[in-house]
Write a new protein. Structure first.
Length: 99
């Protein structure tokens, strides 16, 4: 299942708080990318927050994967987790006309 994960900084997070965790965060993200769990990763164009596309069995697995990130463990970021499904609208192009 594809999962969209949108990062949000927590209210108490200060810019200086991130520094000690950034190398470990990059290593963990690299490991998850190499494992095929993180399929795509971006930063938003309007602010420094990540947007991840995950491949997980379900939303619970996605939450567990994201909890393994050092910045999440430190309470500096959280993720909004959105399950995705294939767009079904093209089927209307091939449906027989309504009578």
């Amino acid at each position: 299942m594809k999962i969209l994960a949108l990062e949000h900084e927590t209210e108490q997070a200060q810019t200086a708080d991130f520094g000690p965790y950034l190398a470990a965060e990059a290593r963990r993200v690299w490991d998850l990318y190499q494992a095929g769990v993180i399929r795509e990763l971006y930063f938003r164009g309007d602010r420094s927050e990540a947007v991840l596309v995950l491949e997980c069995a379900d939303v619970d697995e996605a939450h567990a994967v994201l909890a393994s990130l050092p910045l999440v463990g430190a309470g500096l970021i959280t993720f909004e987790v959105i399950p995705l499904m294939a767009y079904p609208g093209f089927a209307r192009l091939f449906a027989p006309p309504a009578q």
